[in-house]
Every structure is written in structure tokens, then in C-alpha cells.
Design a protein around this ligand. Structure first.
Ligand code: HPA
Length: 252
């Protein structure tokens, strides 16, 4: 069953006919919300609101281990994670969807493994390619089918938040090769891998990252201003509509 993890601005899945709301309780504590099992078109899907419903949990307080566990115990066989991101690549405009192919984890202090020697015995898993290539390709094909342009590839840098980054931090991420910056991509991706569930990210660009000139505006070399929640929220509205069309095509 396809599971969708909805991020900021995506706390409910319109059109989902609810079959069952599964308890959020897991052996690792409570997930952010109940996992909703339902039908979308002719397919059964699972939906989990990453930040809870209504939106409340900040990125560093999410119990990612419980969230992934809850999806596994309700039958997730592949996961599309929807994440709001800032664009480090100046060519990515707000509202663009991106399917990254790599990530760098800059988070600190998050419970990021089941195999930590306490919950399960220590194990070092391979994570060379953090996203399922099969699912990435399926997403890109679904985008093409839905008539939505998806940007393919790029490195997702995951920061701790909840504050946004300084311009110098973003310049460093750019030197590291990051194309996108977000706060929720890790440890979600690695926990899915530890549970052997194919996982891919469908990122919504909500703003140009700190110090990055907005796409379409001639590069002046200097950021033109602060990042506002209003611009992020506005981009999420269009981005989430696009995501829903891509998911419908993925299921179809
Ligand atoms: N930085 C980090 N996370 C984000 C951003 C950003 O600029 N925009 C949306 N999520």
C-alpha cells in the first residue's frame, strides 16, 4: 500500500474516503497523528500528517521512529514523503516540485535509528543511495503523466530548525552541493531504509533559501529580503495541489 507523509500545508488528503483511523500508539511512543487508511480513486492508501493534525509539532520534536513504525504496522509498502523546502539552486522558483536523489543530514540530537543498541541491536546499514530509485522514477513518470513539471535530482540538506538558516549557512550548504534545504527529511529517510520500505521525497519549493536571489530575478549577488511565512504559505497552496495531481497519477 502506498503511504503518503504530508508535511507543512498538507495535513489532510482531500478526496480520501476513510476506511479506518489507526491508533497512533507504537512501541516507540505516539506517532504525530493517527494513520488514516482510505481509498483514493480505486487504490487504498495510507496518510500520515507529519506535524500532527492540526499542524503543531516542530521538525525537531517529531517522533520520526514512531511515525515510520506506525506506517509499517499499518501495511505501508512504499512511502512518498512530501516536504516543504527552500531552494538553494537559484533556478528553482517557489511552487516547483523536486524529486531529490541525495541528502546530507545536518540535524543534531534526533533519535535517528532503530538499531541503536537500545531498542534493537546495533547494526550499520547501507545508505549510499538514500531514496528508492524505483519510486523516484515512478514519481517522475507520474509527474509527466499529470502534466506537472518536476525537477529531477539534487541534494536535500536537512537542517535542525525550527529557525530558518543564515545566509552564510546556506552558502555553506551550496558549497556542500545542496540544491534544497528542509528540516524534516531526516531521520525519516533512514528509518524507512532500516524498515526496508522504499521511500522517496517529493519536495515543494516554498521560498528561495536565505541569501539566494529569487528565481527569475536578475542575480544582484545579495538577498533582497527576509523570508516570510506568508510567501511560504502561498507557495504551499499551489505546491500541494500539484502534489495531489502527481499522487493521483502515481496511483492511476
Ligand atoms: N529552510 C529550511 N527549511 C525550509 C525552508 C528553508 O528556507 N523553506 C521551507 N522549509
Amino acid at each position: 500500500m502506498l503511504a503518503i507523509i504530508g508535511g507543512s500545508g498538507f495535513t489532510t488528503l482531500a478526496g480520501l474516503e476513510v476506511i479506518k483511523r489507526h491508533s497512533a500508539e507504537t512501541p516507540l511512543g505516539a506517532a504525530s497523528a493517527s494513520v488514516i487508511q482510505g481509498t483514493l480513486g480505486d487504490s487504498q492508501v495510507l496518510f500520515l500528517a507529519r506535524h500532527g493534525h492540526p499542524h503543531k509539532l516542530p521538525p525537531h520534536r517529531i517522533n520520526y521512529r514512531a511515525n515510520l513504525w506506525a506506517l509499517r504496522q499499518t501495511g505501508a509498502s512504499r512511502i512518498v514523503a512530501v516536504n516543504a523546502v527552500g531552494a538553494i539552486d537559484p533556478l528553482l522558483a517557489a511552487g516547483t516540485l523536486v524529486v531529490p536523489d541525495q541528502l546530507i543530514d545536518y540535524t543534531v540530537g534526533r533519535e535517528s535509528s532503530y538499531f541503536d543498541g537500545r531498542y534493537k541491536p546495533l547494526k550499520h546499514i547501507d545508505f549510499s543511495a538514500p531514496y528508492s530509485e524505483t519510486l523516484r522514477r515512478q514519481l517522475l513518470a507520474a509527474g509527466a503523466q499529470a502534466g506537472e513539471t518536476l525537477a529531477a535530482g539534487g541534494v536535500y540538506g536537512c537542517t535542525q530548525g525550527p529557525r530558518l538558516e543564515t545566509a552564510a549557512e546556506i552558502a555553506r550548504l551550496a558549497r556542500d552541493g545542496c540544491r534544497l534545504v528542509g528540516m524534516t527529511g531526516m531521520p525519516e529517510a533512514v528509518l524507512a531504509r532500516e524498515l526496508a520500505i522504499p521511500y522517496a521525497c517529493l519536495a515543494i519549493v516554498t521560498n528561495s533559501a536565505a541569501g539566494v536571489p529569487a528565481a527569475g530575478v536578475p542575480a544582484a549577488g545579495v538577498a533582497d529580503g527576509e523570508i516570510s511565512m506568508a510567501e511560504i504559505d502561498a507557495a504551499l497552496v499551489t505546491g500541494v495541489e500539484r502534489v495531489k495531481r502527481v499522487i493521483a497519477a502515481l496511483l492511476g
